[in-house]
Design a protein around this ligand. Structure first.
Ligand code: NA7
Length: 535
């Protein structure tokens, strides 16, 4: 018998990263029957795939962790201020074991298509093996940065050496000892891997299209005392994180950068620089991301630090970020990135002055010369936020396709669901704070909201929920207007889809902040799911 004829699941969850795993646990707790399909051969999502050297989270481990289980919080031993990829993956594995999640997860199972069957009010979900599975609700926990972007560079397939992408790193690792290595791309993945590769390779050339702002992580082992203190403070720490703008517990800025004396401002930036961390400088003042002049004070401070760190004036000049306001492209958090360029054999090529013409059998050919390499590392990013959703052929009511519906840009209500796609939920979808926040805090909020919503439908005896077109239009417009009031639109960033040729230029994450957004979602639920149609 076809599996679609058996009783449908209450929910099918796509993706076994932080979002999908907690979603499964949560739905089980509500007495619902759920299953997870995961394309990878293992669980962990982002932390399963991104195994490049130096891969590390740039939110602190004690904050980049689940808050739903006080026992887990108290027992897990984070070793470093910022957790590395291997440690995060171990954490995820241990959570899956602890809550007995594996029995409802099928790895190696890629969802290729899903269609809503209006007569039965179920989703029919097709996997790459050709099988169909029926589920009342479909929850896309597919990640915001999970579809690697192939760079638009000619000749990559002709390269005779080893070609690697940071987001598809071989599980056995890659040794660069004695090799001539190219890294293309200077976002977080490039910036984190460069110092590690520089320490191994005979020679390293970094091909940079845009100099990004990078801040020092000041990573260090977590002392037993620091960990104990963090554990004692967890309830308050989590409360602050949930109410905050970024999902990280820190004081909210009060003053404009332009109303304090320059010396005081400089001292504040320096304190954050010395302390390390991603959010400190741009949450120092209220207007760093909204006022060009205020932003320049922070950007100038960082530019000075780059010039201090890089010995060769030509390299320093190339590495100094200029093209966009600070923070409008995701800043990086590094461990010795700028200092890596002071090593013999490490250099940067500014692609604005010397563009890549093509990759050849031997290496990289720019407008100026040919560079021979043994290895090329692509750190060229992702089709962010919408890529993993449109990768699946999603068909809503009446066969309407999501790809077509989003051809002119994404449209969602609260980043949680789409009109015409009943019983479909997106965890940290476009139109929610997601990538502008600590993902763990945003994931937990969405998972809990979605779980409560499905349970509420069951309790009411309702079969279907979907956003109204009006609510969706209003929310999508609001997300755009909120972004327009900031400096974000001034950068060609992946937040705006600018890194993918042909992708509509529509700002994707919601800039309104984690705390206010959470309140809004809670209010919507309390008002009986205002903006949703329930039948
Ligand atoms: P990012 O941040 O998208 O960085 C990709 C980098 O690759 C960026 O410097 C791009 O330059 C560069 N790039 C992309 N395509 C090309 C081509 N064709 N030629 C040269 N350079 C290119 O991805 P990451 O993986 O580093 O980080 C993703 C997120 O993970 C990060 O923000 C954190 O949230 C964690 P561009 O800036 O577009 O000029």
């Amino acid at each position: 018998p076809s599996p679609s004829l058996s009783t449908p699941l209450d929910a099918l969850i796509v993706g076994a990263g932080f979002a999908g795993l907690y979603m499964l646990h949560r739905l089980r707790g509500l007495g619902l029957r759920a299953r997870v399909f995961e394309a990878g051969s293992g669980i962990g999502g982002t932390w399963f795939w991104n195994r490049y050297p130096g891969a590390r989270c740039d939110v602190e481990s004690i904050d980049y962790s689940y808050s739903f289980s006080p026992e887990l919080e108290q027992e897990w031993e984070w070793t470093h201020r910022y957790p590395g990829q291997a440690e995060i993956l171990r954490y995820i594995e241990s959570v899956a074991d602890r809550f007995d999640l594996h029995r409802d997860i099928r790895t190696g199972t890629r969802v290729t298509a899903a269609a809503f069957d209006g007569a039965e009010a179920v989703w029919r979900v097709r996997t790459a093996d050709g099988a169909d599975t029926a589920a009342r609700h479909l929850i896309m926990a597919t990640g915001c940065l999970s579809v690697p972007k192939a760079p638009e560079i000619d000749g990559l397939d002709r390269f005779g050496g080893r070609l690697l992408h940071t987001a598809r790193w071989p599980h056995e690792g890659a040794d660069f000892t004695g090799r001539r290595v190219a890294v293309i791309g200077t976002g977080s993945s490039g910036v984190q891997s460069v110092p590690v590769i520089a320490g191994q390779a005979a020679a390293l050339t970094v091909f940079q299209r845009t100099a990004n702002f990078s801040l020092p992580a000041r990573n260090a082992p977590l002392s037993a005392e620091a960990l104990a203190e963090a554990r004692r403070g967890y309830p308050e720490r989590r409360r602050l994180a949930r109410a905050s703008h970024t999902g990280v517990p820190m004081p909210e800025p009060q003053a404009s950068a332009l109303e304090v004396p320059a010396a005081e401002r400089e001292a504040a930036y320096r304190r954050h620089w010395e302390r390390g961390g991603l959010f400190g400088i741009f949450r120092s003042y209220t207007d760093v991301l909204t006022d060009a002049e205020a932003n320049r004070t922070a950007a100038d401070f960082i530019r000075e630090r780059v010039r201090e760190a890089v010995a060769d004036p030509r390299a320093a000049e190339a590495l100094t970020p200029r093209g966009h306001p600070f923070g409008t492209k995701r800043p990086c958090l590094d461990t010795g990135y700028y200092q890596a360029f002071n090593r013999d054999g490490v250099d940067v090529v500014d692609l604005r002055a010397e563009p890549i013409e093509r990759v050849t059998r031997e290496g990289v050919r720019t407008s100026a010369r040919e560079y021979p390499f043994d290895d090329i590392v692509l750190a060229t990013g992702f089709d962010a936020m919408t890529g993993a959703l449109t990768a699946v052929d999603l068909r809503g009511r009446g066969g309407t396709g999501l790809r077509g519906a989003w051809a002119g840009g994404w449209r969602t209500y609260l980043g949680l669901g789409m009109a015409g796609f009943p019983n479909l939920f997106t965890v940290t979808g476009p139109g929610s704070p997601s990538v502008l926040s600590n993902m763990l805090v945003s994931i937990e909020q969405h998972v809990e909201w979605i779980g409560d919503c499905i349970a509420a439908l069951r309790d009411r005896g309702a079969a279907v929920i979907e956003p109204t077109p009006q609510a969706q239009e209003a929310w999508t417009a609001h997300v755009g207007e909120a972004a327009e009031a900031t400096l974000f639109p001034r950068a060609d960033s992946w937040y705006l889809g600018a890194n993918v040729p042909g992708k509509p230029r529509v700002f994707m994450p919601y800039v309104g902040g984690v705390g206010p957004y959470r309140e809004l979602c809670t209010q919507v639920a309390e008002d009986g799911y205002a903006g949703f149609a329930i039948a």
